[in-house]
Design a protein around this ligand. Sequence first.
Ligand SMILES: [Zn+2]
Length: 169
Amino acid sequence: MTLNGIWTIDNKKDVKLLRKKVADFDFKKYSRKDIQELLKKMREAMKKANGVGLSANQIGLDLKVFIAQVEGKFYAVFNPGLTKVSEEKLGMEEGCLSVPEIFGSVERPARVTLEGWDKNGKKLKIKAWGLLARVFQHEVDHLNGGIFIDKATDLHRYEKTEEHKNKET
Ligand SMILES: [Zn+2]
């Protein structure tokens, strides 16, 4: 775990959960207040770590939910899945809060449709492109036990800089 409370692949216990397909989120088991508290905890962790996205398993929770903050907009998606991906692919540099200081180029579909549920258990469908599409795919991978280094080429180490700060998810 890092100082910010983010679980990382450097730690054996952490990596076990990061590599697991997490459990579906069961809305019946949680009150509205529980959900608010969960999202608050995730949001604080992401903010502290200067991330643009965070999955629940990155802070040690075996729950299928992620959050993202992209271009000023906040997203919280429960039980997400990609229902459409474009044939067109783009390579872009990615980093991950759970893989400190490592970056690499990942090729992914340029546009995706993400479906899931919002915090009130209402169905969500979001069409995304650009950075948002990338973050959605990175987080869905996390919830399935995937980490960007599995797909990345050109992995390299970087000290944290302004340029990279906002790419980690
Ligand atoms: Zn990540």
